[in-house]
Ligand binder design. Sequence first.
Ligand code: PMP
Length: 422
Amino acid sequence: MWDVDGKRYLDGSSGAMVSNIGHSNPRVIDAMRRQMEKSTFGYRLHFETEPSERLAAKVASLSPEGMEKVFFVSGGSEAVESAIKLARQYAVTVGQGSRWKVISRFPSYHGSTLGALALTGYAPLSDPFAPMMQAMPKIPAPRAYLDGIAMDDPATGQHYAAMLEACILEEGPETVLAFIQEPIGGASTGALVPPAGYMQAVREICDRYGILLIHDEVMSGGGRTGKFMGGEHFGVAPDIIAISKGFGAGYAPLGAMIASDRLINPVLDAGGFLHGHTYAGNPLACAAGLAVLEEIETDDLMGNAARVGAVLKSRLQNLMQRYSFIGDVRGEGLLLAFELVSDRQTMQPLPKALNAYSELVELAYAEGLIIYSRRTRGGVDGDHFLVCPPMITSVDQVDEIIDMLTSALDKFSAKAGLAAEM
Ligand code: PMP
């Protein structure tokens, strides 16, 4: 990207983990132009449009087996709202009206609309609106590295999954509708990859109590982790999936809820899903989404995300030798993050006054590198940084990213008075 003064930037966070295939792709633009010449709107209660039907078929073919119904929306929050409303309407339809609670994790981010915000485990965003929302139960995300527990201990996954079961029992299983989680964490946890066995245990617990499992793949879906869905890395299929961000890849506002016939058919038979947005299934947005997926398939961009992501991750891990204040590097494919700490053993954060989350971003920006940061570990202070360049990134560009990041980290450590092994 170039700004108005001609300064060049490498978009190391794909905007907000959105521009997965880079900017101004000529084939996507051409597909959109062709669609614009045909039609840019078809009201979904009057017509199905060709792009929406083709995109739905494509998404179903890329989704876990049995998840064949796709409901289009315009963004991530709408996709999450659709997921929890489908879950609730399904429960009501099949005579389980006592189920309404959606358990989520903290920290987490599920969106800014009131339903999705009630699930979001980040108090500064949700507290002002608390009186307007239905409070939902939350369990800790499996951030074992912060709790002083080894992420690779085989018992760790079970330890965190057991918290879900305890929460279900405390709330009353007959009142619990669903559990929602980000399979690979986004901005709230900084690309948290769950410990071994966690996802399988969560699936089993949901099944044991008849609770629907919702995967929020708004950030982790679309291919950037090296697979179309982040959940695929763990061999576990949820009941409902929400996607957005890289799905429209910045070319059009686009998201989707994906679910199985098992959930959808009873709702349709009972008169239809009581939910929808005027712009849902917009043909222009769907034509863009279809062209994005074709680009990903044709150029094997998921394979590239896996390969280049592994290189980028190991280069970021190498930086831990140079900077003792990098506490952790994590993630999958090109959904990667690193965390800054004052002590790697205790994972104590850097002093707040250092303002690391904005200082380092500014320094990287000056070098020509865009990264994404958060000063939060969900109630626990901390600075983490997402490094999520587009899926078209080359190994040469990884070198460039690491060079620019190293310059920025050198300047940051000098300014903050932190030790760097030069
Ligand atoms: N869920 C996750 C995991 C997200 O990362 C986001 C956006 N950051 C959302 C939901 C909400 O998406 P949107 O901003 O498009 O409404």
